[in-house]
Design a protein around this ligand. Structure first.
Ligand SMILES: NC(=O)c1ccc[n+]([C@@H]2O[C@H](COP(=O)([O-])OP(=O)(O)OC[C@H]3O[C@@H](n4cnc5c(N)ncnc54)[C@H](OP(=O)(O)O)[C@@H]3O)[C@@H](O)[C@H]2O)c1
Length: 259
């Protein structure tokens, strides 16, 4: 399939593994052309590109650090040259804290890193994406931005204060974008994963599994990246018509109020 075919085209940031790669796979199953992103073109990124190519959709490696704001436009230019006009942006790239622990010991370095990748990059990449989507000519495809924030946008994890703050701010970034981009017919969603088994959660996943089995989540288990991928593909294909500005927990009901 060549890049000239009129497919929807998605950039999924942080898609070299984990939730991002699962999102890319779910979108590939829907026939999207996919730009796979990680900060550098390493073996993991190359393997992810090969995995998506197996779905027989156009795929491109798009290695760039999302927190380097000045590089966004040239990165999007390169993607569009290879795959055609972007229709979909999934802001998934994220980082955890440099060290879990007492918030009275949080370093400025860890605070800045969380905000730079999890929040600031999301805003400015969305800005660069939206500017080119609204510039004519524009395809008839559904256009959307899906931001991956976290249950920690809402619920405190005391040992990861700076991460929680960055995700809460990212959730508000989603709402502000939804307000501005509604009149441009670009839907904006905020997906808030709960406990998902990935490299990011590997050091704590066994403790999460035990807590989930004991009732922390309403389905008594942790989630898989593919489940978040399927949810995001549903949003990015417009299967929730006449919606925007939603925050959607992907957390097996973890934050349903109970007593
Ligand atoms: N797993 C969970 O339970 C969970 C829960 C709530 C929210 N989330 C959110 O879900 C998203 C994905 O998390 P995950 O669990 O899949 O994490 P992960 O396995 O650590 O994957 C993160 C991905 O983002 C990339 N990345 C990090 N910094 C980047 C940058 N500056 N520029 C470009 N790419 C960058 C990573 O590439 P490199 O490793 O090469 O840097 C990797 O591909 C994150 O936003 C995370 O906060 C996850």
């Amino acid at each position: 399939m060549s890049a000239s075919d009129a497919r929807p085209v998605a950039l999924v940031t942080g898609s070299s593994r984990g939730i991002g790669l699962a999102v890319a796979e779910a979108l590939a199953r829907e026939g999207f052309a996919i730009a796979i992103n990680g900060p550098v073109e390493d073996a993991e990124l190359t393997a992810a590109v090969a995995r998506i190519a197996a779905y027989d959709v156009p795929v491109a490696a798009a290695a760039f650090d999302v927190s380097a704001i000045g590089g966004h436009d040239s990165a999007l230019d390169a993607i569009e040259q290879k795959l055609g006009p972007l229709t979909t942006l999934v802001n998934n790239a994220g980082v955890g804290v440099l060290r879990r622990g007492d918030m009275l010991e949080v370093s400025e370095e860890s605070w800045d890193r969380c905000f730079s990748v999890n929040t600031k990059a999301m805003f400015f990449l969305s800005q660069a994406f939206a500017r080119r989507v609204i510039a004519p000519p524009r395809s008839s495809h559904f256009h959307s931005i899906v931001n991956v924030t976290s249950s920690n946008a809402v619920a405190v994890a005391e040992q990861r204060a700076e991460y929680c703050a960055s995700k809460a701010a990212a959730s508000m970034v989603s709402k502000t974008l939804a307000v501005r981009l509604g009149r441009e017919n670009i839907a904006v969603y905020d997906v808030q994963p709960g406990l998902i088994a990935t490299e990011m959660t590997a050091p704590v996943i066994e403790a999460y599994r035990e807590r989930a089995a004991l009732g922390l989540t309403l389905f008594p288990r942790v989630g898989e990246p593919a489940e978040v991928g399927t949810l995001i593909a549903s949003l990015a294909t417009g299967r929730l018509p006449y919606t925007t500005g939603l925050s959607i927990p992907a957390d097996a009901g973890m934050l349903v109020p109970r007593f």
